[in-house]
Design a protein around this ligand. Structure first.
Ligand code: NAD
Length: 262
């Protein structure tokens, strides 16, 4: 099939296929007030990921990670699912898609009602001790850290004070995947199986620059399926996609649900 940017064509493709799946990135949560990383107002214009999102750096001095993550936790705490998250939950409910693979850590798909969600980069819901793996609720840790004024807290953390620490003495880290850290292999395996068994993979709000997530559309394509892209800006995968829609996800996805009801 040749390339099209009409949501009607995507709705027809979803109607006629056996199974579909969705791969989401930070762009789907921009409408919920969580900026993505690589856009103009993205977090990484403020925080260099090589320093603030590096596992190597975390184990040397966690204060840099926490300096950024305090902002991330504030954003996630305030955020609610937007019409794009809700539309995906409806697509799953109506069996147009089997599940959502996400690079996001914000938990908004589950909050919107999606049942099958594979989190490739972990989740902010829980934290674990990097030594003994004891699990903690992130909210509890956030509540304590939020009781400080941010600048004062960062100064203390630079001196090694107030860094969330386990009973065993190990540092506590949110269960989100940092650069240089292993991905959760069970989620990745499930995501690959879902992509391989899908007749269509719809990518929503991802710049497709982070591997191995960016390779998943090719898993679907290799097994004979089609790639659809819904992203504000062009991606490196647009050239091989069947549907390419450069618009806001929170506008396109509810429209898609409407078209599927016709
Ligand atoms: P990215 O920042 O690299 O790309 C986001 C893409 O979304 C951009 O190409 C942008 O054009 C597009 N976009 C922005 N607003 C949009 C909208 N309203 N509708 C549709 N598209 C929109 O994000 P990525 O590809 O997910 O990779 C970034 C990494 O950062 C991921 O690993 C992810 O784990 C992490 N991250 C997660 C969150 C979150 O959990 N909400 C937020 C920021 C970053």
């Amino acid at each position: 099939m040749s390339m099209t940017n009409d949501p009607k064509d995507l709705s027809k493709a979803l109607k006629s296929c056996d199974t579909g799946c969705v791969l989401t990135g930070a762009g789907i949560s921009v409408g919920s007030g969580i900026p993505d990383f690589r856009s103009e107002n993205g977090l990484w214009t403020k925080y260099d990921p090589g320093v603030y999102a590096s596992y190597q750096r975390f184990i040397q001095d966690p204060s840099y990670f926490w300096e950024m993550h305090i902002d991330v936790m504030h954003l996630i705490q305030k955020a609610a699912p937007n019409p794009a998250h809700k539309a995906l939950a409806e697509l799953e409910d109506n069996q147009y898609i089997t599940g959502v693979i996400t690079q996001n850590i914000d938990g908004l798909h589950q909050k919107a009602g999606s049942e099958t969600v594979y989190e490739l980069h972990g989740s902010n819901e829980t934290c674990s001790c990097i030594i003994c793996s004891k699990t903690y609720k992130t909210q509890k840790i956030a509540d304590h850290l939020f009781s400080f004024e941010k600048e004062e807290l960062v100064t203390l953390m630079r001196k090694g004070k107030e860094i969330p620490t386990c009973q065993c003495g190990g540092w506590i880290k949110p269960d989100v995947v940092l650069f240089g850290e292993m991905m959760p292999l069970t989620s990745l395996k499930s995501a690959e199986e879902l992509a391989a068994s899908s007749d269509i993979i719809v990518v929503v709000g991802s710049s497709l620059q982070v591997q191995p997530a960016a390779a998943l559309p090719f898993v679907t394509k290799r097994t004979g399926g089609a790639i659809s892209i819904i992203n504000k800006e062009p991606t490196p995968v647009d050239a091989v996609a069947t549907h390419v829609i450069h618009e806001d996800a929170e506008k396109v996805l509810p429209k898609l649900v409407e078209l599927l009801q016709q």
